[in-house]
Design a protein around this ligand. Structure first.
Ligand SMILES: [Zn+2]
Ligand SMILES: [Zn+2]
Length: 174
């Protein structure tokens, strides 16, 4: 996605935000707008604490409690999604395009991915007895590429004692 596309989507999302607030009877305060904007820009599914830190320079009077309460309010009107992670701190994201999550067991990173084939799947009938579905999303648990690379690096023995300094063959074929 180029920058223009991103800007357009961002503007549309902000417009959507205003509409939802209006129809929910929620006053569009500067603080609320800034919290939403920050979350919309974040790629890392931040906790309320880390969002608060990011907003601190712009909004020094904003308290962590307000950030938390605002996120909870946004969640109720389906602007924001609270993620189920294994951490004790809840993490949040602005609800935008439908996507699923890869959660790294090692570093706790949450990475978005899309899965159109899953989205098209018909869900089991038995769910109707359990309740009404509002949203479906898949969580995949594993080890992220960065953690895997880190591990591999640590596992490789140091090559300092090689008698001849020969450049390794760096050619890769897919
Ligand atoms: Zn990781
Ligand atoms: Zn996400």
């Amino acid at each position: 996605m180029d920058n223009d596309d991103f800007q357009l989507q961002f503007q549309q999302q902000l417009h959507h935000f205003e509409q939802i607030c209006k129809s929910a009877g929620l006053k569009l305060t500067h603080q609320r707008l800034e919290i939403y904007r920050e979350l919309l820009e974040a790629q890392d599914h931040p906790s309320a604490e880390s969002l608060h830190k990011r907003l601190d320079a712009r909004l020094p009077s904003l308290s962590l409690d307000t950030v938390y309460r605002t996120l909870t309010t946004f969640e109720k009107i389906h602007l924001v999604h609270r993620l189920e992670t294994r951490e004790s701190q809840a993490r949040f994201e602005a609800l935008t395009l439908r996507h699923h999550h890869f959660l790294c067991d090692q570093c706790g990173q949450v990475i978005d991915f899309s899965w159109p084939a899953f989205d098209a799947v018909e869900l089991p009938q038995s769910l109707a007895e359990i309740g009404a579905i509002q949203r479906t999303s898949v969580a995949i648990y594993g080890k992220c590429a960065a953690c895997l690379a880190h591990e591999q690096q640590a596992a490789e023995p140091p090559t300092a004692d090689t008698s001849m300094a020969v450049a390794p063959d760096t050619a890769t074929n897919g």
